[in-house]
Design a protein around this ligand. Structure first.
Ligand SMILES: NC(=O)c1ccc[n+]([C@@H]2O[C@H](COP(=O)([O-])OP(=O)(O)OC[C@H]3O[C@@H](n4cnc5c(N)ncnc54)[C@H](O)[C@@H]3O)[C@@H](O)[C@H]2O)c1
Length: 321
């Protein structure tokens, strides 16, 4: 799909990363009170968490954002496990960099346990688990009109899969005093996705679960980040891998760049689209006004039958109305 100019910004421009990080420090770990050997053990090299020789699992990595993150982790020197419902897609991505492909339905806890066991047997203890897999269905009519099955599937993949992942790796990470849980949510988990209440509600829950992990286990050496992108040109939104995209719609590779930067800085909230920070601030300062604006945005992208038209929004038509 070719609908406009590709938005290719420098990762540092795209990621709204706090500037408290000081690249001059030998190890950011020093700022956490670690001595240099401890910081080195934690993988901080030259002020960055070093993914080299780390074991990382990425779910939903057969395509889209997950595949881009897996490729980027491999390029950083990590031993990467590519997990996906689609075994062939996982195999194809893993073959690009000599990773391990594991077919896995992340909504099945036994399969997640097996995924971790296979990763550890091949590569050793899991240092980083990236729960990325997700689904997007839209809703047929009003905000409660999606079927119970759709709501359960959104809950299963956006929330319970992340619970299963944490349950599988946390005991080992706590025992080792280190580990990284990287959770994919969405800007919809902080704001809202017009036209998909099940997606929005379960992505909010994903952010809430990540917050609990960070609060409960930060003192045990567990780091947690939650990624909250707005729109990204992937098959989920009907774009192919080589998509050329409109303003505000990032490539999966650009998201992967932001993720690696966010990990390096151990940033809890990884915002790939800088404008989301302004939206969150506006929402928290004036919730009712924010809802009014969202209603106006929704009205501006309704199709002739009165249904929300996501593609119209991606084409930026709302801005012209
Ligand atoms: N594309 C966007 O605009 C966007 C924006 C914000 C957040 N996200 C989130 O990013 C993540 C990746 O999205 P994407 O756009 O790359 O989607 P995508 O549909 O292109 O890829 C999703 C991958 O997850 C896999 N998957 C689906 N169900 C699974 C299951 N039960 N077990 C294992 N794997 C499963 C699919 O096979 C697919 O390979 C999702 O969590 C999505 O909600 C996407």
């Amino acid at each position: 799909m070719r609908v406009g100019a590709v938005l290719r910004l420098d990762p540092c421009q795209k990621c709204l990363l706090t500037r408290r990080y000081s690249p001059g420090l030998t190890a950011k770990g020093l700022a956490y009170g670690m001595n240099p050997p401890q910081a080195k053990k934690r993988g901080f090299v030259g002020g960055r968490m070093d993914l080299k020789d780390k074991t990382a699992i990425v779910t939903g990595a057969g395509r889209g954002i997950g595949a881009a993150i897996a490729r980027r982790f491999a390029a950083e020197g990590a031993r990467v496990v590519v997990a996906d419902l689609d075994a062939n897609a996982a195999q194809a991505v893993a073959a690009e960099f000599g990773g391990l492909a594991v077919p896995c339905d992340v909504t099945d806890e036994a399969q997640v346990q097996d995924l971790v066991a296979r990763a550890e047997a091949q590569f050793g203890p899991v240092d980083l688990f990236c729960s990325n897999a997700g689904v997007f269905f839209g809703e047929p009519d009003h905000a409660a009109s999606a079927s119970n099955d759709v709501w359960q599937r959104c809950w299963g993949i956006h929330v319970m899969a992340q619970v299963y992942a944490a349950r599988a790796v946390l005991p080992g990470m706590i025992a080792r005093g280190e580990g990284y849980l990287l959770h994919m949510a969405s800007a919809a988990g902080l704001l809202s996705q017009i036209g998909d209440a099940a997606y929005s509600a379960t992505k909010h829950a994903a952010v809430g679960f990540a917050e609990s992990l960070a609060i409960s286990h930060g003192d045990q050496g567990i780091r947690v980040s939650v990624i909250c992108p707005q729109y990204v040109a992937t098959p989920m939104l009907g774009y192919d891998e080589a998509a050329e995209v409109t303003q505000g719609l990032l490539t999966p590779d650009a998201v992967a760049d932001c993720v690696v930067e966010g990990i390096a800085q151990e940033q809890f909230l990884i915002l790939t689209h800088p404008e989301v920070t302004q939206y969150i601030r506006f929402k928290s300062e004036n919730y009712d006004k924010w809802l009014t604006n969202m209603r106006r945005l929704r009205r501006s992208v309704l199709d002739p039958d009165g249904r929300f038209d996501l593609q119209a929004m991606l084409r930026g038509e709302s801005a012209r109305k």
